[in-house]
Design a protein around this ligand. Structure first.
Ligand code: F6P
Length: 457
């Protein structure tokens, strides 16, 4: 391989630049030129194919900073499916005109779907990323557990999972953690910890909504911020049990902190709304789960509990919700993400250089030896109809009675987080946050810098 393309697709994560960096540094060693396409698959389809040479003379450009969140290439949720033959032809022609021999796509499940038809005419490898930590499997045959049951409603079937295993072994997990997850959990855990003192001082119930769509990994990781209750989408909660637990904790400590995954379900239905977006990969926007939990609790708890504990303050102000929102997806990646993202970028480059295609670079974990790099065919993530399902938190990682982590959940999180923060992350905060130069220098956007390097077909 002489020249490869790289792109970042889907929602941004803090570790994207680190992945690109790892891929480019490895390419430098292999004497391969790397061209970065702007804005994911959209850049590949653009008439003029805006792209950046990321390693002229096999030297990484200085704008590519692995410590910086987001992506210097920009990202979009545009993707190409099998049926878009016209778009596929355009992509093929553009790659050919640029003499691209292989493509690294950095993304999640939508990105793999976009990569699949391209892999039919050029070698492609995926380097995973997503804060949701939902790209992977709990065990190798998991996709075969999905069945389609006929229904009268469109599309004529309902997808149901029929689990074949009642527990998971950490060493069986395919792609143990996705770059971006650790930093998201870091932000979420801090938010929970910080909201605690307001709840505690004002005797309130704080309900904090975190991202993750239908996967509860971020909510699970929020345990590091010590919420009293965690609700995850994978395990439907029982309202009576939730009310009883809130009462019990409130009576004990006069406040409660609840972390809610945005896709949380009640009675088999999502609690918030899942609003369709323009996302061609079919992604939906989750909103309102924390508000729904607040409303349910407000009607169950009534005023009395709060009037007793918070005399002179209206009971209506006792329950409040906050969304951590996009702050959990941005900013400087913490050490775990930086390190493994760049390793995965390097691995993706090695896979491509060794002639492999339609493959995903992965991180594996063995309790005795720790983390290592590996890979898996993208098809192994597909069910029998070719669909990729987001990895869910295995129910055995969660204790529905305590509404908190189970021992396996604790075991799962520890290898990722125990040394996830580097001293340099702390030093960065100490020296940069209140740097006097922030007061008189405008933010220098990487978009401004990279624009000077963009080439067109
Ligand atoms: O998939 C990553 C993610 O951050 C989800 O957790 C969240 O639901 C979604 O993207 C938000 O997407 P957008 O930034 O397009 O609103």
């Amino acid at each position: 391989m002489k020249r490869i393309g790289i792109l970042t697709a889907g929602g941004d994560t803090p570790a994207l630049n680190a992945t690109i960096y790892g891929a480019v540094e490895r390419a430098n060693q292999l004497n391969i030129d790397v061209f970065g396409f702007q804005r994911g698959y959209a850049g590949l389809l653009h008439d003029r194919v805006p792209h950046v040479h990321l390693n002229p003379l096999y030297t990484t450009i200085p704008e590519l900073d692995p410590c910086r969140g987001g992506t210097l290439l920009g990202s979009s949720r545009t993707y190409i499916d099998h049926e878009s033959t016209e778009y596929l032809q355009i992509a093929k022609e553009h790659l050919k005109k640029l003499n691209i021999d292989g493509l690294i796509c950095i993304g999640g499940d939508g990105t793999i779907n976009g990569m699949q038809p391209i892999a039919e005419f050029i070698p492609c490898v995926l380097a995973p990323k997503t804060i949701d930590n939902d790209l992977g499997l709990n065990y190798i045959d998991e996709p075969n557990e999905w069945v389609r049951r006929p229904t009268t409603e469109s599309p004529g079937y309902q997808e149901v999972r029929v689990p074949t295993k009642d527990t998971v072994r950490l060493e069986d997990i395919i792609n143990y953690a996705t770059p971006g997850y650790a930093t998201a959990v870091y932000v979420v855990a801090q938010s929970i910890e910080r909201i605690r003192t307001t709840a505690e001082s004002h005797r309130r119930v704080a309900i904090v909504e975190v991202m993750g769509r239908q996967s509860g990994y971020i909510a699970l990781g929020s345990a590091y911020g010590q919420p009293d209750i965690i609700l995850i989408p994978e395990v439907a909660f029982n309202l009576d049990a939730l009310e009883a637990r809130v009462r019990q904790i409130y009576e004990l400590q006069q406040h409660v902190v609840i972390a809610v995954g945005e896709g949380v379900k009640y009675d088999g239905e999502g609690l918030g709304s899942a609003i369709p977006t323009f996302d061609p990969a079919g992604g939906v926007k989750y909103t309102g789960a924390a508000d729904a939990v607040r409303d349910m609790l407000a009607s169950r708890l009534g005023d009395q509990l709060f009037l007793e504990m918070r005399s002179f303050e209206p009971a209506s102000s006792a329950l409040f919700t906050r969304k951590v929102g996009h702050t959990q997806r941005g900013g400087r990646p913490i050490l775990f993400d930086r390190f493994y993202a760049s390793q995965l970028g390097g691995k993706a480059m090695d896979l491509l250089a060794s002639g492999v295609s339609n493959e995903i670079a992965t991180i594996q974990y063995e309790p005795a030896t720790g983390f290592s790099l590996s890979s898996i065919s993208a098809n192994k993530l597909r069910d029998q109809w070719g669909e990729i399902h987001p990895r869910e938190v295995h129910p055995t990682m969660y204790d529905p009675r305590r509404m908190h982590l189970s021992p396996l959940g604790i075991e799962y999180l520890q290898p990722i987080f125990t040394n996830a923060i580097g001293w340099d992350d702390m030093e960065f905060c100490r020296t940069q946050m209140f740097s006097p130069s922030n007061l008189n220098h405008r933010y220098q956007s990487v978009n401004t810098d990279i624009r000077k390097r963009i080439r067109f077909l």
